[in-house]
Design a protein around this ligand. Structure first.
Ligand SMILES: Nc1ncnc2c1ncn2[C@@H]1O[C@H](COP(=O)(O)OP(=O)(O)OP(=O)(O)O)[C@@H](O)[C@H]1O
Length: 978
């Protein structure tokens, strides 16, 4: 029995969480202890108190109640209390009685916990060591942040995500053609930045109609929980800034742009990343910018990173496109004329890249390449490539490097990424079905009037309050506007033959689904009503006037495979960005006026995931302006066959003239042939210049392949299921195999609280480590090293004390019983701001040292696994007694282990530094060379990289070792019973 004296410090064996206790009273039967930090008092039997005396040794660091720290050098005893002697942080020698130690002092460190008799389970120690090992591996993996999301591995998306997310403060325009996965790319970039600590806070601004879709995509595919903010939610925060309500905020553009007070609140926050979807709507003109553009401009100024997403960057004109580029980099994009001139030069760059394929052995090709390059290293590469003496491997290497340099140094690629169907490949065919219908007499009357003369048309515009040429193109809207006309008494859909035609199409396609898009929201609403009245069909409507909930309900009613509606009716703007690729029939009830809008319509169906040819049905009235517009689209630019990316150019030139020619066939013929000529010229120019460069730049296949290979390696990592098994067991999560590689996880009765997705008494979730199985079902999560549950478990182990002490028995024929061994795990600790993501070069690294009683280092001879499988558990109380009885020996081994581990530290530091320098110096050289040619490389980007390199150098240099975990091993005889 120990002798208790008031003022001594003890810790409860059974309730270590009570903290450091102080003996208050002792009599011959009982001892009373005050645990001041947790404000608890306990009285124990003096003979069997489950308490361990806290006694520090040389080298330990103690917190004094007065707030200072003592580094212990020596001890003495006065009246039964230990007095520690040592130095404070300021170098002063002081004494500290144990009674004056801070009550709040934590015993999380392995050494303190061990010496105060707190031992964890052996399997916890095992899991801790394995966690360190896997964490070390995963943090350095080049696919970090890209392997977890539940997506198909599509090269162009992964290339963009990898390229953009590795940049300091990425600011880019993601401009892939409609439906190629810009949302996925933005999600991947965000995910990687978050996982690597390069971003913590992001604001995502999307059109009202897409908020829910984003919310769901971010959750299902990226396991990211975002806060969806609207006015109601914001008001619930009272005076507090609602944008501080979460780290990832999703908000509707319409709501924010209309609300200056909320904008001010958003601007008052710090954002690492701002994402703006459908950015072509940001209204800008040389004379004035609209509230949306102005709001994004201010936020873009504050936010470190910026992603603008649009499939049709030039829909609002080239100036407006330029204005958006300026949001990304105001210094680079300040002069529109210069921007245009640069674009003209892209033809030569593209020609030079193509010429590389003809080298060596083609003198004109050398001249073409020489005309573009003007720096020494490119010239050296060209010399190698042109030299017939170089071998094939040298040629290939020089060609590849030169190609990269030309793209990097002379192209647009750094700020804008645009993939097209043409080079991504594998997209379905588009088939156009046009039906000519008779004009109903009411519509014919209107047209007749308009055709009459210009004054009559003006009158019609005044009377209907419609715009020109809408009044001619959307005849149902015109009819509705003329409701005072005594001949227009019936609803338009009663007289419009497109309605019966639509009903016939629906019957014809059987059980297939069909999406209808109409220009006008009223047309959409009325049409839905007409289908109900005339065909008995439930056709949900989807337009900008509906609330979010109504819109999502409509989309869900349409999407449901079993019980869903066969048809849905959308307005133009209402459906932009939505995913309807489960449907292959599109009806364009009328035609939009801008080719980009036409492409946006088709893009609802023609998206990644579409498995069938797309059937585009267009009803037109014979001889009407609508039919003339159709001719312009078909004959002028093949608008229905594929996206060509030049629609904006054509609209800019011919849009106004076309509007004037909608009643004039002869004029229309001229416009169509002029359009065709310009179409072909532009296609040829774009193919030769900018588009060609954008295309070459949008996906560099070697890089994409390397990223995919790294992801696949993690996908196939056999260590994951083993680790998961062990971790789930220890954390108390129940897991059941469901077959087909599926696992159902739910909280067990003793689960440690706060694990993501799991709460006691709740359903839990189904998950699989197989990417293909996860993709096949919406309700199945993708298990990977990046899954929130696994990250949380690993984080808790690494940040906490779990399993950092253990004691086990070893029965070994060659070692006599009663011998002691210490298995020490040291961990590198490199304090650095998270944004440096120092882990990519030096993740916490474990050094294992196994010492026998005499201090001999056995680490190289006896592996962790080899030893672990021969160890036996022991009861906690026995373990505690064993430790108490061997305190001095253990202290000795701990300090010796530290010296052994320290010997390995310099090599670890050097290797990490080398890796960091190789990577960052390479990137710096590349950026500097780029900056000479490509003003899209910002000075601050280069400076930031230099600063980063310097900061990393210092941080890695300051790496220290810490004892992370210790296992005491005691040898026993065969017949030892415990
Ligand atoms: N890698 C992928 N794996 C699985 N599904 C994907 C992948 N990429 C895209 N998709 C799916 O394809 C559809 C189109 O992708 P997304 O919405 O990101 O395209 P987008 O380019 O943003 O389209 P839009 O131009 O219409 O805004 C979505 O349903 C998306 O979930």
């Amino acid at each position: 029995m120990s002798e208790f004296i008031p003022g001594q410090r003890w810790i409860s064996d059974g309730e270590a969480e009570l903290g450091l206790g102080t003996i208050l009273n002792v009599d011959f039967r009982s001892v009373t202890v005050l645990f001041a930090a947790s404000q608890e008092t306990r009285t124990y039997s003096a003979r069997q108190a489950p308490l361990t005396r806290v006694a520090f040794g040389n080298g330990d660091r103690i917190d004094a109640a007065e707030g200072w720290q003592l580094n212990v050098d020596d001890t003495k005893e006065i009246d039964g209390l230990i007095v520690y002697i040592g130095e404070t942080d300021s170098g002063e020698t002081r004494e500290l009685s144990e009674a004056q130690i801070a009550d709040s002092m934590q015993f999380n460190q392995a050494r303190d916990r061990l010496l105060t008799g707190q031992v964890d389970r052996n399997d916890w120690f095992d899991l801790r060591f394995r966690t360190l090992h896997h964490h070390h591996r995963i943090e350095q993996n080049p696919a970090l942040g890209l392997a977890g999301p539940k997506i198909d591995l599509i090269p162009h998306q992964l290339y963009i995500a990898d390229e953009v997310a590795r940049r300091h403060a990425p600011r880019v325009l993601l401009a892939d053609e409609v439906g190629l996965g810009k949302t996925i790319e933005a999600g991947l970039i965000l995910h990687r930045l978050l996982l690597s600590g390069r971003a913590e806070r992001a604001l995502i601004l999307v059109p009202d109609s897409l908020t829910h879709q984003w919310l769901v995509e971010l959750l299902r595919r990226f396991a990211l929980e975002v806060t969806l903010l609207d006015e109601q939610q914001s008001q619930a925060h009272g005076d507090a800034n609602p944008f501080e309500a979460g780290q990832l905020i999703l908000a509707s553009q319409q709501w924010l742009f209309a609300n200056p007070q909320r904008q001010a609140q958003a601007e008052a926050c710090a954002w690492d990343l701002l994402i703006v979807d459908e950015a072509h709507h940001l209204d800008w003109s040389p004379n004035a910018s609209g509230p949306g553009y102005a709001c994004v401009e201010r936020l873009a100024d504050i936010a470190t990173g910026l992603l603008l997403l649009t499939a049709t960057p030039e829909q609002m004109g080239i100036e407006s496109h330029f204005a958006r580029l300026r949001l990304l980099d105001p210094d680079r994009y300040h002069d529109l004329a210069r921007f245009r001139a640069e674009e003209a030069g892209y033809v030569q760059v593209a020609a030079a890249i193509d010429a590389l394929e003809r080298l060596p052995g083609d003198d004109p090709a050398i001249a073409i390449v020489s005309a573009v390059i003007d720096d020494a290293d490119s010239q050296a590469l060209l010399d190698t490539l042109a030299d017939p003496e170089s071998d094939e491997a040298q040629h290939a290497d020089a060609r590849r490097q030169l190609r990269e340099q030309l793209l990097d140094r002379h192209g647009t690629g750094r700020v804008m990424f645009r993939n097209s169907r043409r080079h991504v490949g594998g997209f379905p065919e588009r088939r156009l079905h046009v039906t000519r219908l008779e004009l109903p007499s009411a519509y014919r009357r209107v047209l007749h009037k308009a055709e009459h003369n210009e004054d009559a048309l003006d009158e019609l515009l005044i009377e209907t309050r419609l715009e020109h040429p809408d009044v001619l193109l959307y005849l149902d809207a015109t009819y509705r506007a003329l409701h005072d006309d005594p001949l227009n008494v019936e609803p338009w859909w009663q007289i419009d033959p497109r309605v019966t035609w639509l009903l016939e199409r629906l019957t014809e396609i059987g059980r297939d689904k069909l999406l209808v898009i109409a220009h006008d929201r009223e047309t959409a609403t009325d049409l839905s009503e007409a289908l109900r009245v005339l065909g008995g069909l439930h056709a949900p409507v989807f337009h900008e006037g509906l609330s979010l909930v109504e819109r999502d309900r409509a989309a869900a009613a349409f999407a449901d495979e079993e019980d869903g509606s066969q048809v849905m009716v959308c307005s133009e703007i209402g459906s932009e960005g939505r995913n309807f690729q489960f449907c292959r029939h599109l009806v364009m009830f009328d035609l939009p006026q801008h080719p980009d809008q036409l492409e946006q319509r088709i893009g609802r169906l023609d998206r990644i995931g579409q498995r069938h040819a797309i059937e585009i049905h267009v009803p037109v009235f014979a001889g009407s302006p609508g039919e003339r517009l159709l001719r312009w689209y078909r004959e002028g630019m093949d608008a229905f066959s594929a996206p060509h990316g030049v629609g904006s150019d054509l609209y800019d030139v011919f849009g106004d003239e076309l509007a004037e020619a909608l009643l004039d066939d002869a004029r229309l013929d001229e416009i169509i042939s002029e359009t065709r000529v310009l179409f072909e010229t532009r296609i040829a120019e774009h193919d030769a210049g900018r588009n060609r460069l954008l295309e070459l730049n949008a996906c560099r296949h070697e890089r994409a392949d390397a990223v995919i290979a790294a992801i696949r390696q993690l996908d196939d990592d056999q260590a994951l299921p083993r680790y998961l098994d062990q971790a789930l067991d220890i954390f108390g999560v129940d897991s059941h195999e469901l077959g087909g590689e599926l696992l159902h996880l739910r909280a067990g009765p003793h689960m440690l609280d706060g694990l993501p997705g799991l709460a006691k008494g709740e359903e839990g979730f189904t998950a699989t480590a197989s990417r293909s199985h996860a993709l096949a079902r919406d309700d199945v999560q993708h298990l990977s090293w990046e899954h929130p549950l696994i990250r949380e478990m690993m984080g808790r182990i690494l940040d906490g004390a779990m399993g950092n002490t253990a004691l086990a028995l070893l029965n070994h024929p060659a070692i006599p019983a009663g011998r002691l061994m210490a298995e020490l795990v040291f961990r590198t600790h490199c304090p650095a701001p998270t944004r440096l993501h120092v882990n990519r070069f030096l993740p916490p690294t474990a050094i294992r040292v196994l010492l026998d009683e005499s201090g001999a280092n056995l680490s190289a001879k006896v592996s962790f696994t080899g030893l672990a499988k021969n160890l036996k558990r022991v009861k906690k109380a026995v373990a505690r007694d064993l430790i108490k009885s061997r305190h001095d020996q253990l202290r000795e081994l701990l300090s010796q282990g530290e010296s052994e581990a320290e010997r390995e530290l310099p090599t670890i530091i050097e290797t990490a530094q080398q890796r960091m320098r190789d990577e960052l110096d390479g990137e710096l050289t590349r950026l500097q060379a780029l900056a000479e040619h490509n003003p899209a490389v910002r000075d601050d980007e280069i400076q930031a990289l230099r600063d980063e390199r310097h900061a990393l150098d210092m941080a890695i240099d300051g790496t220290r070792l810490r004892l992370d975990a210790v296992r005491v091993i005691v040898t026993v005889d065969d017949d030892t019973r415990r």
